[in-house]
Design a protein around this ligand. Structure first.
Ligand code: MN
Length: 134
């Protein structure tokens, strides 16, 4: 584990919507002026989200490592430290580490009413192997 991390790693996500090991540190909860959740998410190698959508979109800021962002029906994009990904509303996608590298991103996830994410099915081993091919 890196010793120069900007934010604490937080707690391991055990909600069933992630494959492998991922950790969340909530940096700022939604409040009356900030209509989003601000979180730091660390994915160990092999760690990734399920497929999912955000009703008001999401912004990812990669602060460490290298991984993937993929929208349904499109090739996966390699994402790395310094990248900013602006995810449109209601767009099926996943994000996570690569099979061999960890990846940490800040996530800014906007709310529509009281919903900021709609979880779908896991990224299958076959789908994940495909994007990890050299
Ligand atoms: Mn997302």
């Amino acid at each position: 584990m890196e010793t120069n991390a900007i934010f604490p790693k937080g707690d391991k996500l055990t909600n069933g919507y992630f494959t492998g090991d991922a950790f969340l540190k909530v940096l700022l909860a939604r409040d009356k002026n900030s209509d989003f959740l601000l979180g730091n998410v660390t994915f160990e190698p092999g760690g990734r989200t399920n497929w999912h959508t955000h009703p008001k979109g999401q912004v990812l800021i990669v602060i460490e490592g290298e991984g993937f962002y993929q929208e349904k029906g499109k090739p996966a994009q390699v994402i790395k430290k310094g990248d900013v990904i602006n995810i449109p509303e209601n767009t099926e996608h996943w994000h996570g580490a690569s099979a061999r590298t960890e990846m940490t991103h800040i996530a800014i996830t906007h709310f529509k009413d009281d919903v900021n994410v709609v979880w779908l099915h896991p990224v299958s081993e076959q789908e994940y192997e495909e994007v990890n091919k050299p």
